[in-house]
Design a protein around this ligand. Structure first.
Ligand code: PLP
Length: 369
């Protein structure tokens, strides 16, 4: 197995815990354990009694039952809990693929969605999101990318880093294409339930048939990354069983305290999502004003969901810009090069409460440069 460094994580490793203003985070504002426990009467006392032995390998039955409520048709035995979404991506790729398989991957995107497939031996074709089309994907391009050895399509909507949300007719067409060509569809839905207009929420892929695997996590929409609880939901027994068996070699089972807290979180997920969406919408208005004041410096496609946008710096080199900004003003932006983007984009995070102060610092910096 050959895995190159995860560019985004290496960039964050330099700055995440020593920079005051993280203006590029993908997760929403988090909270202390006490605030989460206070959402439910009796939860704090029950938490004290959580047994610290090994837990059930597929995940606690109560947590899996709670996660089922995200979906229309899923049963607890169709949910497999992991340590974050990251472990689930890793195990899916090694469960589903073998050497010389071909996969089509939404691009630019979260690095492991392409890289782990490559490490599992796959030939990877990027399916490119086009900024000029609002970061949408072109279905004709998908047809052209298809080969005789294609095994899967991997998509991410709502999308990291652009905030793009697929149109329902395109989403349906991708499912139909996967079904007609007997492909697996891995649907990274970790930003689901953070659509700015709830009417635009897409059906979860796992509800649409056993060709599909949905990926979820507590980190993003619900703001609880420190729980490290992610999951896949799928009616595909073969994939499920293979992933469950691989998990015996990675984490065996999940952290008992985290499973308990995730169960509380998922029972209260609507409140958590609404709180975080409130922060995001407030921040969006501030960013819209910022870009209107600096239209000669930045352009952007306004996101439709999630906690990120992928604007473009119109003058200068974005890597140098981000480097100077973090060193001089203590504000972290993420240059698009960590996504192999060569067109001067950067990732902007919308989910943190201190975004107004970060934007003030950014403008102060702009006024001096
Ligand atoms: C699209 C996408 N998928 C998966 C993950 C992994 O989530 P986690 O870090 O909670 O495991 C991320 C994290 O940034 C992501 O943006």
């Amino acid at each position: 197995m050959n895995l190159p460094p995860f560019k985004l994580e290496r960039y964050f490793a330099k700055y995440e815990f020593n920079t005051e203003y993280l203006l590029c985070s993908s997760d929403s504002e988090s909270m202390p354990v006490a605030d989460l426990l206070a959402m439910e009467e009796g939860a704090a006392q029950k938490f004290q009694q959580v047994w610290l032995g090994y837990t059930e390998s597929p995940g606690s039955p109560a947590l899996r039952a709670e996660i089922c409520r995200l979906y229309e048709t899923m049963q607890p035995e169709e949910i497999l809990i992991h340590t974050g979404a990251q472990e689930a991506i890793f195990l899916f790729m090694f469960a589903a693929f073998k050497e010389f398989d071909h996969v089509i991957v939404h691009s630019p995107g979260y690095q492991s969605l392409a890289e782990v497939a490559r490490a599992a031996g796959c030939d990877v074709s990027p399916w490119r999101a086009r900024e000029e089309n609002g970061w949408s994907l072109d279905l004709d391009e998908l047809r052209h990318l298809m080969r005789t050895n294609t095994k899967a399509i991997i998509i991410n909507t709502p999308h990291n880093p652009t905030g793009y949300l697929m149109a329902p007719e395109d989403y349906q067409a991708v499912h139909t294409f996967a079904l007609e060509n007997k492909l697996l569809l891995f649907s990274d839905e970790v930003y689901r339930e953070s659509e700015y207009d709830p009417a635009t929420r897409l059906p979860a892929a796992c509800d649409l048939g056993d060709h599909a695997v949905s990926l979820g996590v507590t980190s993003k929409t619900y703001g609880l990354a420190g729980l490290r609880i992610g999951w896949v939901a799928t009616k595909n027994r073969q994939i499920y069983e293979k992933m469950a068996s691989l998990k015996d070699y990675t984490t065996i089972c999940n952290s008992a305290p985290s499973e308990f807290l995730a169960e509380v979180a998922m029972r209260n997920r609507t409140r958590l999502a609404e709180r975080n969406l409130g922060i995001i919408k407030n921040n969006l208005a501030i960013i819209e004003d910022l870009f209107a004041r600096h239209s000669g410096r930045f352009s952007w496609v306004r996101p439709r969901a999630g906690s990120m946008a992928f604007p473009r710096l119109l003058k200068g080199n974005v890597e140098e810009f981000c480097d100077r900004l973090v060193k001089k003003a203590g504000v972290l932006l993420l240059p698009g090069s960590v996504y192999d983007d060569a067109r001067n984009h950067f990732r902007l995070g919308l989910g943190r409460k201190n975004l107004p102060q970060a934007v003030e610092k950014l403008e102060e910096f702009l006024s001096k440069s």
